[in-house]
Design a protein around this ligand. Structure first.
Ligand code: ZN
Length: 374
């Protein structure tokens, strides 16, 4: 989804004035009356949508928070639906003498995109998962099926503009008479009026509702990733095509496992006797038990790699590995007998005195730093 700030070419901290100026400049360049190209029309829609959101302080605040950018949820009701008309009048109503008579605009517009966040456990990421999400959105009005009219009635041609959607006015100025074209105030530029608006949707063709969206979330997703669900956003005004729904992924931190690419990382604490003599153990991975052989003489910082027990990547099927860094735990409390045994051990092995060696930037310290940084 295009970032609204990028679409308008303004900084994220742009003032309301800067946003307005940016929109005005782009709209002059891209408005369908000026620039009939298909590309321009698409860009104009994007630019207008971005302006719709960013010019409304409440919508902008929610957009900055990454929340639902739809006009719903605010004061509720129909006020939010009228965005385009307001802008149209703001920028083209009093327009310069060069404005050409355009066609009436359609009530039907594409619905806005919506964003929902979903938090997953790390275990969900290993194989992918399924979620049923409740989304507050706009859906087609069942009563009028998007026609905006009470059943049995229909829209009628506007008396004032006779269906043109705009009216011409001659203004006297110092330079002579200037003919300006303005959207018809009676029909707001639609060319038609609705004598009997649908009572269910107040003539908007859509109503607010909670909808359940079923989503298969693939394996290998990570925090910040946005999945696009085309056509699952809100239905447009007058039953216009649906916008898209974006699903933003958040993966909750796991108390034992962390992720490094497609690998899962953890630490295995091994007692000093087990480290010396070696041992076999079974650990609980995210996808079941794993048998681990710890070789005799294992050192702190050694990494045991269990192939194919990591995360299934987003693209591809070759699972990553499970990597377990060994941490040898030195006993801190010994009774008299144990102490005597260790002293005997030390005498027999003639262990060297502590000595300085090259700084060991081993795998273990890297692992530990990684855990510390979350
Ligand atoms: Zn209706």
């Amino acid at each position: 989804m295009a970032d609204h700030y990028e679409v308008l070419g303004v900084a994220r901290d742009a003032s309301a004035d800067e946003i307005k100026r940016a929109y005005r400049r782009l709209a002059r360049e891209l408005h369908p009356d000026v620039n009939p190209g298909e590309d321009a029309s698409e860009r104009f829609k994007l630019v207008t949508h971005a302006y719709d959101v960013l010019s409304d302080p409440e919508q902008r605040r929610r957009y900055d928070l990454g929340g639902d950018s739809s006009p719903f949820g605010g004061g509720g009701g129909a006020a939010g639906f009228g965005g385009f008309g307001d802008i149209f009048e703001t920028f083209f109503g009093g327009g310069g003498g060069g404005a050409r008579a355009g066609r009436p605009r359609s009530r039907r517009e594409r619905g806005q995109d919506a964003l929902v966040r979903v938090t997953l456990e790390l275990g969900d990421v290993v194989f992918g998962t399924h979620r049923d999400l409740d989304v507050d959105t706009a859906v087609l009005c069942e009563t009028c099926q998007g026609s905006c009219c009470q059943p049995g009635t229909s829209e009628v041609t506007c008396d004032i503009c006779h269906g043109a959607g705009n009216v011409q006015r001659t203004v006297r100025s110092l330079l002579g008479n200037v003919v300006t074209t303005q959207p018809c105030a009676t029909c707001q530029g639609y060319g038609t009026t609705i004598p009997y608006p649908c009572a269910t949707c107040q003539g908007q063709g859509r109503v607010r509702a909670r909808r359940t969206v079923s989503v298969d979330i693939p394996a290998g997703v990570e925090t910040g990733l946005r999945l696009q669900l085309p056509g699952s956003g809100e239905v447009g005004p007058a039953g216009g095509p649906n916008g898209d729904l974006y699903l933003e992924i958040n993966v909750a931190p796991h108390e034992v496992f962390s992720r490094e690419g497609d690998d899962l990382m953890a630490t295995l604490e091994v007692s000093m006797p087990d480290a010396i003599l070696g041992t076999s153990t079974s650990i609980q991975a995210l996808d079941g038990e794993v048998e681990l052989d710890v070789r005799p003489g294992v050192q702190s910082g050694d990494v045991l790699t269990i192939k194919g027990r990591g995360i299934t990547p987003l693209r591809g099927s070759q699972r990553g590995d499970l990597r377990v860094g060994v941490h040898v735990v030195t006993p801190t409390r010994l009774d008299g007998k144990e102490r005597a045994l260790i002293e005997e051990f030390a005498r027999r092995t003639k262990a060297p005195s502590p000595r300085l060696a090259e700084f060991h930037q081993g795998m273990f310290s890297k692992l530990r730093d990684r855990f510390r940084n979350g």
